[in-house]
Ligand binder design. Structure first.
Ligand SMILES: *[C@@H]1O[C@H](CO)[C@@H](O)[C@H](O)[C@H]1NC(C)=O
Ligand SMILES: *[C@@H]1O[C@H](CO)[C@@H](O)[C@H](O)[C@H]1NC(C)=O
Ligand SMILES: *[C@@H]1O[C@H](CO)[C@@H](O)[C@H](O)[C@H]1NC(C)=O
Ligand SMILES: *[C@@H]1O[C@H](CO)[C@@H](O)[C@H](O)[C@H]1NC(C)=O
Ligand SMILES: *[C@@H]1O[C@H](CO)[C@@H](O)[C@H](O)[C@H]1NC(C)=O
Ligand SMILES: *[C@@H]1O[C@H](CO)[C@@H](O)[C@H](O)[C@H]1NC(C)=O
Ligand SMILES: *[C@@H]1O[C@H](CO)[C@@H](O)[C@H](O)[C@H]1NC(C)=O
Ligand SMILES: *[C@@H]1O[C@H](CO)[C@@H](O)[C@H](O)[C@H]1NC(C)=O
Ligand SMILES: *[C@@H]1O[C@H](CO)[C@@H](O)[C@H](O)[C@H]1NC(C)=O
Length: 227
């Protein structure tokens, strides 16, 4: 199983078509994002036994090692990335598994899918916690409002993150985002991705797709931003 995962990672490193937008965020900014998401009341308990069960069921679809949990977010991110990039059949399989996962957790989905809550668990470091949450948040968009376009424009939208204009938007984000301007940087990056993707494909829908794919990761920390 482990070697299958590694082989897939190599595959994507070569083909570079990434529906889950690839970018790095410093631990400082991940922690800041978590702070912005900190739950304010008691409707915040994530039932870990249930989360583990639902995650296990989700993992079965992708040959993930049964010991992989919400603490191993980076492995989950790269595995889901690889499946979605294969073809639309596999992308829809990811979305079906995601729907089952969502129903499995029921109203606990949102309390479990909280970056602050995830980083509170003692065995999850910042990047694994962030990768976990951003995987499922991105799927909320790709498998929801973005699904029809993801299917119809699979090759074009999937390869957006391979473009130099995508890289340009993300380099600016990387170099300018701080805890003092975080949410406005997220908005500016969404705007940049929107205009970059529209420019490269000549389609407004592409701009929205690129922007939302990014914004959904931060929609809890920075509510009210728009694409
Ligand atoms: C920018 O990206 C690099 C890796 O490409 C990462 O190490 C660094 O933490 C990022 N900076 C911010 C502010 O996210
Ligand atoms: C981020 O938060 C984690 C856990 O909450 C902590 O262990 C880590 O030291 C923090 N990192 C930074 C750079 O503040
Ligand atoms: C939160 O839960 C604790 C224990 O169940 C309870 O004592 C407390 O009053 C609750 N607080 C709120 C704001 O509901
Ligand atoms: C799962 O991963 C652990 C730790 O890497 C390893 O010890 C174990 O053999 C793996 N299990 C399976 C079924 O691949
Ligand atoms: C998953 O994460 C836990 C906690 O960090 C770690 O102990 C374990 O080795 C990881 N499992 C795999 C298969 O990498
Ligand atoms: C999609 O990709 C999977 C894995 O590579 C492959 O088994 C399957 O035949 C492909 N399906 C289509 C319709 O291309
Ligand atoms: C983390 O560890 C502390 C101290 O051992 C413990 O009180 C707390 O319940 C643990 N949190 C989780 C989510 O396991
Ligand atoms: C990614 O970009 C490189 C260089 O611009 C190009 O050779 C390659 O074909 C692109 N891959 C995809 C999947 O678009
Ligand atoms: C998209 O095209 C417009 C008009 O040519 C230009 O002003 C804008 O800077 C371009 N956006 C990006 C991200 O390249």
């Amino acid at each position: 199983m482990r070697s299958a995962v590694i082989a897939l990672v190599v595959f994507v490193a070569v083909s570079r078509s990434d529906f889950l937008l690839p970018f790095q965020l410093s631990d400082d900014l991940i922690n800041y994002t978590a702070q912005l998401e900190q739950p304010i009341n008691n409707e915040t308990v994530c039932p870990l036994a249930q989360l583990n069960y639902c995650q296990y069921s989700f993992n079965m679809n992708f040959g993930l090692n049964s010991s992989i949990t919400y603490s191993n977010g980076s492995d989950i991110f790269s595995t889901i990335q690889n499946y979605m990039n294969m073809n639309t059949t596999e992308l829809n399989k990811v979305c079906k598994a995601r729907t089952n996962f969502y129903h499995c957790l029921g109203h606990s989905y949102f309390t479990c899918m909280n970056l602050h809550t995830r980083l509170q668990s003692n065995n999850t470091d910042s990047s694994n916690g962030f990768d976990y949450v951003r995987t499922f948040r991105s799927l909320e968009w790709i498998c929801g409002g973005g699904l029809r376009d993801a299917n119809n424009q699979f090759t074009s939208f999937g390869s957006f993150s391979n473009s130099t204009i995508y890289q340009g938007c993300m380099t600016t984000f990387n170099q300018t985002a701080t805890t003092n301007n975080f949410c406005s940087s997220v908005q500016a990056t969404g705007n940049c991705l929107s205009s970059a993707n529209s420019n490269s494909t000549g389609q407004a829908a592409a701009g929205r797709f690129g922007c939302e794919s990014f914004r959904y990761t931060f929609n809890k920390a920075c509510p009210g931003l728009q694409c």
